[in-house]
Design a protein around this ligand. Structure first.
Ligand SMILES: [Zn+2]
Length: 267
């Protein structure tokens, strides 16, 4: 293996050949110097795949849309620190192309465990907060609801800046790495103008660093209660807290009511 300032032929980050059994790695910032240790490992495994195992490039995808092989043309980011558990599969596949699809790539997840089912009672665990200059109020409302006589409402009295949100934190408990999460909420809106409301699922590690973030499209206008879902397809490692946000952009006006919030773990 050799570090080179330019590969021969040029313009590759790495170049592996079987005869002679040889790997060139370009030590530019893009290809190597500024890369994480994991990306350096991925590039090295990829080139050794060419040089030692005689493998060619693969463009095939797994069911969930992830690349099937480290032999994908650009292996950077195939796994990272929080998805390191994918590595075992990719190494197996590198040596044996008939390796079956890993469970974390399955789209059909037959097992379901409900981790949160909240029909929103008068007293509940949701916390309301705001940032920026904003005239939004968070009210546990009995004006509109689907069940249990109440919903979480956000009343945006005037357009401002920042955000307002209802937040619910939970411990991931028995959620396994690589499993999926589905968040379902029912939302009713009244005269919501501006960017509107969305809902989000976020994960944080012990240092409070964000490790995943999925969000819905924005909801605006006037509508009766309607169900929305968002999915996290791969639950990463090192998650200390899972947070659900029901969030109104500060530039919005109008009222939103949110009810029947559930979080389901699928595997
Ligand atoms: Zn290659």
């Amino acid at each position: 293996m050799a570090y080179v300032s330019e590969t021969d032929p040029p313009n590759y980050c790495g170049y592996g050949t079987v005869r002679p059994e040889h790997v060139q790695i370009k030590y530019s910032d893009d290809c190597w110097n500024s890369r994480t240790d994991i990306d350096k490992e991925l590039l090295t495994f990829h080139e050794l795949g060419h040089a030692v195992l005689g493998r060619v490039h693969s463009n095939t995808q797994l069911s969930n849309g992830d690349h099937q092989s480290i032999m994908y043309m650009n292996p950077f980011g195939l796994y990272n620190e929080s998805t390191l558990d994918k590595k075992a599969y990719y190494l197996d596949e590198l040596f044996d192309m008939t390796t079956p699809e890993p469970q974390w790539a399955h789209v059909d997840r037959p097992n379901r465990v409900e981790i949160l089912k909240d029909s929103v009672a008068a007293v509940n665990a949701w916390k309301f907060g705001t940032t920026g200059l904003i005239d939004h109020a968070g009210v546990v409302s009995h004006e509109a609801f689907v069940s249990a006589g109440h919903s979480l409402s956000i009343q945006a009295n005037a357009a401002g800046s920042g955000i307002s949100f209802w937040r619910y934190d939970l411990s991931p408990g028995n959620v396994t790495i690589g499993s999926a999460l589905t968040l379902t909420v029912k939302v009713m809106t009244k005269d919501v103008t501006g960017p509107g409301l969305d809902f989000e699922l976020q994960g944080f590690d012990a240092q409070d660093t964000n490790v995943f973030y999925v969000y819905s499209k924005k909801i605006t206008g006037t509508q009766d209660f309607k169900e929305y879902t968002i999915d996290l397809h791969y639950f990463p490692r090192d998650v200390s807290v899972v947070s659900i946000f029901l969030l109104m952009d500060g530039r919005s006006t109008g009222t939103a009511y949110i009810d029947d919030i559930s979080l389901v773990n699928k595997y």
